[in-house]
Ligand binder design. Structure first.
Ligand code: KIV
Length: 271
C-alpha cells in the first residue's frame, strides 16, 4: 500500500459530470511552474495555459504574436507542477485557422511535448474541420466563442460581443456545432449574461464564462487579473482578490531601502 495520499485527477469526464450535477467549475490561467503549483494545491478544477501569456508574460498588446514553441514552453512548465487540475492549453493564432492537417500536427505537438490533457481553440464553423480532426485523434477540445482575442483586428476593440441578433444567433449555432463536433466545454467570453444563460441551458457540455454573467457552468479568470498584478487593468468582469501590484511595490521599495542603508543582510542572514 502506498503511503502517499492519492490525488484524484480532474478529467474531461469529471468536468462533464460537474455540469450534470450542477457543481460550478473553477478555471484559472497559469503560465509557469511556481504559480501552477499554488493554483493546483489550492484546488482549482482546470488550469488553462492561455495565449494571454502573450500579454501578461511577454508584454504584447494582443495574443497574436505568441508562437507554438512559446506556448509549449509555458505549458510544459505548468504541466510539471499540476497534479490534480485538468490541464488545458491554447493553440496559438496561426496554428489552426488554415490547413486542418497543420492544426492536427500543432495539436499533437502540444500533447506530446507538454503533458496537457486538452486544447482550446477559438471559433465556430470556420474551424470545424480542424476541431473534427483533433477530436478524432483523441484530443479533448474546449471551444471558445464570443470575444475571441485572436480576432481582435476584425473587431477593432475588446468590447462586448453578440449584442445584435445576428451575432447572437451565430454564437448559439456555433456553440451547438462545437457540441456536436465533440468539444467537452466552451468558453464564452464577454457576451450578455442573458445570451450566456440561453447557450448554457441548451448545451449538455459545460460553458465556462469570462464576462458572461453568473449562469454559465463555470468561470475563468486570468490569474494576473484576479491577483491584481496590474492596478490599472480592472474591467467590470474582474474581481481582484488581492492588490499584488501594491504589495510587491511596497516590498521592493523596502528591499531597496534596506540595501541602501546596509540593513540587509543582517548578522542572521549571513554565513
Ligand atoms: O488566453 C486566455 O487566458 C483565455 C481565457 C481568458 C479564457 O483564453
Amino acid at each position: 500500500m502506498s503511503i502517499h495520499k492519492e490525488v484524484k485527477k480532474v478529467t474531461v469526464n469529471s468536468i462533464l459530470e460537474m455540469k450534470a450535477t450542477g457543481e460550478k467549475i473553477s478555471v484559472l490561467t497559469a503560465y509557469d511552474y511556481t504559480m501552477a503549483s499554488i493554483l493546483d494545491a489550492a484546488g482549482v478544477d482546470v488550469i488553462l495555459v492561455g495565449d494571454s501569456a502573450a500579454n501578461v508574460m511577454a508584454g504584447y498588446g494582443t495574443t497574436l504574436p505568441i508562437t507554438l514553441d512559446q506556448m509549449i514552453y509555458h505549458a510544459a512548465a505548468v504541466s510539471r507542477a499540476v497534479k490534480r487540475a485538468l490541464l488545458v492549453v491554447d493553440l496559438p493564432f496561426g496554428t489552426y485557422q488554415g490547413n486542418p492537417y497543420d492544426a492536427l500536427n500543432a495539436a499533437i505537438r502540444v500533447m506530446k511535448e507538454t503533458g496537457a490533457q486538452a486544447l482550446k481553440l477559438e471559433g465556430g464553423v470556420e474551424i470545424k474541420d480542424a476541431v473534427k480532426l483533433i477530436v478524432n485523434a483523441g484530443i479533448p477540445v474546449m471551444g471558445h466563442l464570443g470575444l475571441m482575442p485572436q480576432s481582435i483586428n476584425t473587431y477593432g476593440g475588446y468590447g462586448l460581443r453578440a449584442t445584435g441578433v445576428q451575432e447572437a444567433h451565430k454564437l448559439n449555432t456555433d456553440a451547438q456545432l462545437l457540441h456536436e463536433l465533440g468539444c467537452f466545454a466552451v468558453v464564452l467570453e464577454k457576451i450578455p449574461a442573458k445570451l450566456a444563460k440561453e447557450v448554457t441551458d441548451h448545451l449538455r457540455i459545460p460553458t465556462i464564462g469570462i464576462g458572461a454573467g453568473a449562469d454559465t457552468d463555470g468561470q475563468v479568470l486570468v490569474i494576473h487579473d484576479l491577483l491584481g498584478f496590474n492596478k490599472s487593468f480592472k474591467p467590470k468582469f474582474v474581481r481582484q482578490y488581492l492588490q499584488l501590484d501594491e504589495l510587491i511595490t511596497t516590498a521592493v521599495q523596502q528591499y531597496v531601502a534596506d540595501v541602501k542603508s546596509s540593513d540587509f543582510p543582517n548578522e542572521q542572514e549571513q554565513y
